[in-house]
Design a protein around this ligand. Structure first.
Ligand code: TYC
Length: 101
């Protein structure tokens, strides 16, 4: 047997960070028509009308409601697109994003 010993380097464990997730939150206001909120939720967040109605009503009653959770770039884009849709009709409809714990 050879008297040399093969010493293996310990394999570096690949450290893959899990991407941080962000909630898109719908805020209530007194002016945006309910049907318009539902339409925006359906088109931007690909919800069914039933799902969108539930989210709209939750925001209407509680003041705010989580719509969906995405990585940061996607959450920012969706919140901006949905807020812009309201603004283009003169409504104060607002979506914000918040880091998930
Ligand atoms: N509160 C609005 C109204 O009574 C409807 C509404 C619901 C607006 C949810 C925004 O996030 C919202 N017309």
């Amino acid at each position: 047997m050879a008297d040399t010993e093969i010493v293996r380097k310990p394999k570096a464990k690949p450290r893959v960070e899990r991407p941080k997730l962000y909630k898109v939150i719908l805020l209530n206001d007194d002016f945006t028509p309910r049907d318009f909120v539902v339409t925006v939720l359906c088109s931007v967040f690909r919800m069914t009308e039933d799902e969108a109605s539930l989210v709209m009503l939750a925001a209407h009653r509680q003041g705010a409601c989580v719509v969906a959770v995405y990585t940061r770039e996607v959450a920012e884009m969706k919140a901006e697109e949905a807020t812009d849709a309201g603004r283009s009709w003169g409504y104060p409809l607002a979506f914000t994003i918040e880091r998930e714990d």
